[in-house]
Each structure stands twice: as structure tokens, then as C-alpha cells.
Design a protein around this ligand. Structure first.
Ligand code: TSX
Ligand code: MN
Length: 578
């Protein structure tokens, strides 16, 4: 640890070094500094106490997959979904890039823990960064403490890549046009250069807890997944936990924090983004949330879509790239039907013309889990929570039913492997294009996707059959011929969760179809929905299914020779069923 810190300082040449301890005094000092630097704007303390607005550089607003690398010794091990470069060459390149990169800045050393701190499943990292915004964010998103300094750790090196010469004026959001987000899966190291934003810079989250952790999980016999974890309790007080993977723009955070529409049925939250899954001593599957905070997309979050999130972010929250109102509060598209009156400053810091977007579509709130109003009592349990069901969801206007239950674990893995979702923003490709995102892990799996599918199949064999979670596929977004959504979604999704709950306890029946099991009509009693809409929501069309089958075959062939045999057998089984 000392060597790591000293080598970093000698090489990056910061003006000084500070080791974070995660205390509230330290948070306060960091916030004061960020306000002084102009990175933070303090919000109206009556409306948003302890909260700040940050505006990023307009070219540093999201993760950049093109600049993300998995540097495996053998190119094949990174697989076709990752950029790969030779680790020795990459390390040499990074060392020269990082030389003197922190000149004129303080180097922060952040000892952090991902997961409940006394958990066998937790992992420790030490992040080096020259960004106080990143240091502050890490004290929310992870557990930061000196007690993690003298334990084995994953080194995480970050720089905004903008050294300051003597007397040079800093910018509120320093960064570099050239960006590198680099992972070394064999030596378990992370190096990130040039960006100060979210997943590029808070290295505990996507880089450690997903990309590096997925490799650790493969080697150590557990799973790092892009999943929310929620608890559902029935009116008798029986509680079951569910983990669910969704690609972006499907409302994962909304589901993690959903308010139940069914009296007596209660939803509580363990996490909204990442789950680490281990087989326990009893042979059941247990989940921990490695994170300590939420880093949620702001636009679309409202009292209607997510009242619990709105409650959660009333105080002690960092808002990044949202709009600023005249009274010193925040606003974004979808927060209210009408924007507030008065002058609004958009996410770029200009007076909003009320034509372009006021908030960036990827604008965020950063807030500690402790502030979640429906935080589950076991959210920080060192042994995790027992998972009884796993859900895969996507956004599909056509052909994919509201919910399907897999016939067995292998069939469920087949669901995950074929997960896909429609694009909503026209950034890359056109709106409505279907993008494959297996297990919602395409940008986050640190190794070959074929090996990852095999790991899922192998994990199914490690779990005791009595405790094998049931696997489901959901689609809240199916549309009718006239273009309207067929399913009300949001709090009504709890009806689907209730069906899943009752299936786990064998308390209700299901109907078999060629592609999986669906609920009986009685599952929807009490919901105002037409028989026609329900029929459309569950319609399984032969032609569409044939096409799905062919697409799956084509996709699986791109992973050869690492496509698992059992998944190819699922293709054959589906073909026969059809
Ligand atoms: O988050 C969503 N969920 C999950 C909620 C727990 N969204 C928002 C997605 C963008 C991130 C949804 N959008 C959901 C949903 O279940 N369903 C839809 C589609 C939809 C939108 C509006 C209506 C119905 C469905 N109805 C009215 O606006 C009245
Ligand atoms: Mn995510």
C-alpha cells in the first residue's frame, strides 16, 4: 500500500498527497473546496440542504465504450464485445501518459470497501485521483475509511489528465480530450485517464464492481451482475428477494424503488445497479449490493414515476448536469409537466431558451443508500440476502410478452443470453433499433461473453436444487397496433412481482407456451385492463419467434468456439417447440 501510494506520487508529481478517511468533516471540507473551485454550486439550503449542482465539461457527459479497454494477455480472452490491447504495451503507454499528470493538483488516496465491510464477499480498492469531485462522490458511493488501508486491495488509478502549471487558472471541470478507461483483468488493476464523469472516474462502480469483479467471480466461483436487488413482502409478512437485470433506459432504478400498488404487499430496496451473487453454505444463492449509494439518471424521475427517489434526493445530494432554477433548486425534463417559471439555467450554464434540453439526458443524482426511504433492513447484511428469483427485462415494442417464466435454469440462462432492448436516444444507430445486451452486461463483462454464459450454466450446478432461483423475462414496453403501451407499468409492475412471488411458493399456476410459461388471467384480477390488451400482451407469434430463433443462432455463432453446448441445445429445443 505504501509502495503504491509513494510510486504514484513520485510518478504523477502532485503538489501534495491527502489520504481520505470518509468522515463527515472531510466531506464538508471537500464540498467547501469544490464550491470555491466553482465545480459545485451550493443549492438553496432551504429547498435542498447539503446539496450541490455540478456542471461537467460538455464533452465529458457519459461513459465512453470506444475508449474502454480490457487488456488480457490473450486477445481471445477479452472476447468480441471488448476492446483489447496487449497489457505490456498498454501499461507502458499509460505510464508515459500519466507522467507528471497531477502537477499543480492534490493527489487524493481513497481507501474504499465495496460491500458490507465485514462480509466475506466484500472487496477493497484504493483509488488514487486528482479530482476532488471524484473524491467527494466516492465518499457517497462507497465506504471510505483508513481501516481499509492495511488489507489486500485492487489498485485504481485515476487522473483528469490536466496538469496545472504554476499560476495557471483551473477550470471548474478539468478533463482531457483524450480518454482511456483501462482494465487489466489478469493483474487486477484499473487505470483511467482524461474523464471526471461517473463510470469513467468513480472506479469502484463499473470498473471494479462489474468489469474486474466479473473476472474475480469467474475465477473464484461467484457472479458480479448488473442487477437491482429488491425485497417483496406479502400481507402475511413473508419476504422474498429478487434480482433483476435491465439494459439502460428500461427504468431499473424506478423498479428498484417502486411503490406497490397492492395493499399489504411491500417493496423494499437493497440496491439499484449491481449485485454480487455467492452460493452460501446452505447451497442457496445470496446477493450483496457492493455499492453505498445511488448514481441515478435524473430525467424522467418524478413524483409520478419514482416518488421514493424524489424523497431520497431532497437533501445531501450531488446533481450533475441538471438545470438550475431561479430559486436555487434543480429541474430536469420529466420532473414536472411544466418547467418552473422564472429564469432557468441549462446544464451548460446558459440561460435556457426553452427549446433545447434543460438537463442533459444522462444527468445524474448521487446520494447515499442510507437516504433511501424504503431501504431494506438487510441491505448491509454481511451474508447477503437469499435470492429466490432472477428477472431479465428489456424494452421491446413488439413480439416479446409481458412476462415469461423459464422452464429451468438453463432456459433462464438462454433468456439472459438473448436479452435485447430498443434504443431510445438517437445517439448511435436509429431509434427503435434492437440492440443485443446479454444479461445487460455487454459493456461491463471483463472477459469473453461465451465464457460468461458458461459460468452462468456452471453456477446453476453449484446451487442446491431446492434453492435454485426461478428465472423470468419481462417487457413493460409492448405496444398495440395503434402505438400505445399495452401495460400501465410503474407501480402496477408489482402485480408481476406478486405472480413471481406466488410461483416461487407454488401458490399459483402457469400456462406453458413454446417459449416459456405465462400467468393465468386470474393474476390480473382487480386491474382495469381489457381482455384484448391482455391477449396482445401475451401473444406469441410463430413468425416472430422463428425470427428470434434465427437471430439467436446468428448471435451465438459470433461467440464460437466458446458458445456453450447447453445453449445450442436450447436453440434446438426451441426450434422443436415452435
Ligand atoms: O421505469 C419505467 N417502468 C418501470 C417502473 C417501475 N418506465 C420508464 C422508462 C424510462 C426509463 C416505464 N415506461 C414503464 C415502467 O414500467 N412503463 C413505461 C411505458 C409507459 C409510459 C406511460 C404510461 C404507461 C406506460 N402511461 C401514462 O403515461 C399514463
Ligand atoms: Mn448501470
Amino acid at each position: 500500500m505504501r509502495e503504491f501510494i509513494q510510486d504514484s506520487a513520485r510518478h504523477f508529481l502532485p503538489s501534495d498527497v491527502y489520504i481520505c478517511n470518509g468522515s463527515s468533516e472531510e466531506q464538508k471540507e471537500l464540498a467547501d473546496l469544490l464550491v470555491q473551485n466553482g465545480t459545485f454550486i451550493a443549492l438553496n439550503q432551504d429547498k435542498r440542504p447539503g446539496s450541490f449542482l455540478a456542471r461537467s465539461d460538455p464533452d465529458d457527459v457519459a461513459r465512453i465504450e470506444k475508449r474502454t479497454f480490457i487488456c488480457s494477455n490473450k486477445q481471445e480472452d477479452a472476447g468480441p464485445s471488448n476492446n483489447c490491447k496487449d497489457p505490456v504495451e498498454m501499461k507502458a503507454h499509460l505510464k508515459s501518459l500519466f507522467h507528471g499528470c497531477m502537477k499543480g493538483r492534490r493527489m487524493y488516496v481513497i481507501p474504499f470497501c465495496m460491500g458490507p465491510k465485514d462480509s466475506q464477499a466484500a472487496k477493497i480498492g484504493i483509488q488514487i485521483t486528482d479530482s476532488p469531485y471524484v473524491a467527494y462522490s466516492m465518499t457517497i458511493m462507497t465506504k471510505v475509511s483508513h481501516e481499509f488501508l492495511d488489507k489486500p486491495f485492487i489498485p485504481c488509478i485515476h487522473s483528469v489528465g490536466r496538469p496545472l502549471e504554476a499560476g495557471e487558472k483551473d477550470s471548474p471541470w478539468p478533463c482531457n480530450k483524450e480518454k482511456w478507461i483501462v482494465h487489466f483483468p489478469e493483474t487486477r488493476e484499473i487505470w483511467s485517464y482524461g474523464s471526471g464523469y461517473g463510470g469513467n472516474a468513480l472506479l469502484g462502480k463499473k470498473c471494479l464492481a462489474l468489469r474486474i469483479a466479473s473476472v474475480l467471480g469467474r475465477d473464484e466461483g461467484w457472479m458480479a451482475e448488473h442487477m437491482l436487488i429488491l425485497a417483496l413482502s406479502n400481507p402475511q409478512g413473508v419476504k422474498r428477494y429478487v434480482a433483476a437485470a435491465f439494459p439502460s433506459a428500461c427504468g431499473k432504478t424506478n423498479l428498484a424503488l417502486v411503490k406497490s400498488c397492492l395493499s399489504g404487499w411491500k417493496v423494499e430496496c437493497v440496491g439499484d445497479d449491481i449485485a454480487w451473487l455467492h452460493v452460501g453454505e446452505d447451497g442457496a444463492l445470496y446477493a450483496i449490493n457492493p455499492e453505498n449509494g445511488f448514481f441515478g439518471v435524473a430525467p424522467g424521475t418524478s413524483d409520478g414515476s419514482n416518488p421514493n427517489a424524489m424523497e431520497m434526493i431532497k437533501k445531501n445530494t450531488i446533481f450533475t448536469n441538471v438545470a438550475l432554477t431561479e430559486d436555487g433548486d434543480v429541474w430536469w425534463e420529466g420532473m414536472t409537466k411544466e418547467p418552473p417559471s422564472g429564469t432557468i439555467i441549462d446544464w451548460k450554464g446558459n440561460i435556457w431558451d426553452r427549446k433545447e434540453l434543460a438537463a442533459h439526458p444522462n444527468s445524474r443524482f448521487t446520494v447515499a443508500v442510507k437516504q433511501c426511504p424504503i431501504l431494506d433492513s438487510h441491505y448491509d447484511d454481511p451474508k447477503g440476502v437469499r435470492i429466490d428469483a432472477i428477472i431479465f427485462g428489456g424494452r421491446r415494442a413488439f413480439d416479446v410478452p409481458l412476462v415469461l417464466e423459464a422452464d429451468n435454469w438453463t432456459h433462464g440462462v438462454f433468456f439472459g443470453a438473448n436479452l435485447s432492448s430498443e434504443k431510445t436516444a438517437a445517439a448511435e444507430g436509429s431509434v427503435g433499433d434492437i440492440r443485443r445486451d446479454p444479461f445487460a452486461m455487454l459493456p461491463f463483462c471483463g472477459y469473453h461473453m461465451g465464457d460468461y454464459f458458461q459460468h452462468w450454466l456452471d453456477m446453476g450446478k453449484k446451487i442446491h436444487p431446492n434453492y435454485l432461483p426461478k428465472i423470468y423475462q419481462v417487457n413493460w414496453f409492448r405496444k398495440s397496433k395503434d402505438g400505445g403501451y399495452l401495460w400501465p407499468g410503474f407501480s402496477e409492475n408489482v402485480r408481476i412481482l406478486r405472480w413471481i412471488f406466488e410461483r416461487i411458493g407454488s401458490d399459483c399456476k402457469a400456462i406453458s407456451t413454446p417459449i416459456g410459461k405465462i400467468p393465468e388471467i386470474s393474476a390480473f384480477e382487480g386491474l382495469e385492463i381489457s381482455k384484448e390488451a391482455l391477449d396482445e400482451l401475451f401473444f406469441v407469434g410463430h413468425a416472430a419467434e422463428k425470427k428470434n430463433l434465427l437471430d439467436a443462432k446468428k448471435y451465438f455463432s459470433t461467440l464460437e468456439p466458446r458458445t456453450p453446448m447447453e445453449l445450442k441445445q436450447e436453440l434446438d429445443r426451441l426450434e422443436k417447440n415452435l
